[in-house]
Design a binder for this molecule. Structure first.
Ligand SMILES: O=C(O)[C@H](O)COP(=O)(O)O
Length: 408
């Protein structure tokens, strides 16, 4: 909630206090009769034990504008899958739960491995990719939305605002990204967005100069938001990373395939909180440290496709430029927080910047050692070209799992 600023690159749809959630949901229900709306929920079994997901289901149960819900379940054994089927049974919408670790979907994955097309690494991107495949195989949706399962401040209005721009047949948007401030417990959160992505994009612009792709990424108020919606026909051409590069990967694919006129961002909440991961200074394979490296690699790969040539000198300069810019921002965020009765821990913020700066170089050398190692998954068009029956077999496997282990 705030200004009505536009950046001239990506249309920004704000949340003014005049908005009526009830009206919007009523209108959406009529749109959803012709443009069927599917929601994808990538979930870890452990999230079923948290109160956040329970509240999300309470809210979704009242969201009449959603036609179908596709839940991708990771890290669940048989007993846990059965439990998940019960857990999600209270959703009134048509829904399926993909048992990604079950024998049927593993067999599908092995078939993809034989073709050299399996998503290499486990992670959120892989889970989302399989859910996208299911949506394509089911052939019953026109709009697909996605959000995380750890949102503590969730309400159905967020989802309504996220899908509205692509569900409204009078709008020309094909893709919509959510934005909001991440604030909780008197603190500014969103550490990777504020302290890593924002200054990194500025530093890259400074070194590379005018670059249409970087300008596009900079236009997003929350480029790492896990909430986005798009027209379903876009899914077959999406080539996304299997790891934390997912959000940047999706924005990049949309940029490659569509005019920026088809893209918008929408303010979906006045406040947003979710599960926080540790910074993980000791272990680079997890937490925000891992997240920043995955994101940097995805960015480098996309810039290379855009014709940018990298060298170790480039990454060393980028590190220095980034560090200066991020430290300047630490102060700006502190001031912004203070004026709003909030707080930031300047010492921890500076330590985060130092860690992210080191990861910029780490990701750079990993990228140069093996540029093809960045885990982008082949798109579903390619899978269908390689194995025409796979999508249908995948669809049947999901259906069978849901029937066999479903609620009696
Ligand atoms: O959005 C982000 O920057 C990351 O997901 C980290 O978020 P957090 O600082 O709110 O945990």
């Amino acid at each position: 909630m705030g200004d009505f600023h536009q950046n001239g690159k990506v249309a920004t749809l704000h949340h003014f206090p005049t908005a009526s959630a009830e009206n919007m949901e009523r209108i959406l229900e009529t749109y959803a009769q012709n443009r069927k709306i599917t929601l994808i929920l990538p979930s870890l079994f452990s999230e079923l034990e948290q109160p956040a997901l329970s509240n999300i289901l309470d809210e979704l149960s009242k969201a009449k504008f959603i036609n179908q819900i596709v839940i991708g379940l990771d890290r669940a054994n048989e007993e846990q899958y059965r439990h998940a089927k019960q857990y999600f049974a209270r959703l009134p919408q048509d829904h399926v739960v993909l048992w990604n670790d079950g024998p049927r979907l593993k067999a599908i994955d092995e078939r993809l491995q034989t073709l050299g097309l399996s998503p290499s690494e486990p992670g959120k991107g892989r889970n989302v990719w399989y859910c996208m495949g299911y949506v394509l195989s089911a052939k019953n949706s026109d709009v697909v939305a996605l959000h995380d399962c750890d949102i503590v401040t969730y309400n159905k209005e967020m989802l309504a605002r996220l899908v509205y721009p692509v569900a409204n047949p009078n709008f020309s948007y094909q893709f919509c990204k959510g934005f909001y401030p991440r604030i909780a417990d008197g603190k500014l959160n969103g550490r990777v967005t504020r302290l890593f992505i924002t200054p990194l994009l500025l530093a890259l612009r400074k070194l590379i100069g005018n670059n249409e792709y970087l300008e596009y990424l900079q236009a997003f108020r929350y480029p790492l938001a896990g909430e986005f919606a798009m027209r379903t026909y876009m899914l077959p051409d999406m080539r996304i990373p299997s790891d934390w590069g997912l959000e940047i990967g999706v924005l990049s694919e949309v940029h490659r395939n569509f005019s920026s006129k088809a893209v918008c961002q929408v303010e979906i909440a006045d406040i947003y909180d979710h599960k926080h991961q540790p910074l993980s200074e000791e272990d680079a394979t997890t937490g925000l440290s891992r997240m920043s490296t995955d994101i940097a690699k995805a960015l480098y790969r996309k810039l290379a496709i855009d014709g940018i040539i990298f060298s170790s000198e480039f990454f060393r300069t980028l590190k220095a430029t980034y560090l200066r810019m991020s430290l300047d921002m630490v102060e700006t965020y502190y001031n912004d927080a203070m004026m709003n009765g909030l707080h930031t821990d300047r010492h921890m913020e500076e330590r985060s910047c130092e860690l992210f700066a080191a990861n910029i170089v780490e990701a750079g050398s990993a990228y140069m050692d093996n540029p093809m190692e960045v885990p982008f998954i082949p798109n579903w068009s390619r899978v269908s070209a390689a194995d025409y029956d796979l999508l249908l077999d995948f669809y049947n496997a999901v259906k069978q799992d849901n029937e066999e282990y479903g609620v009696a």
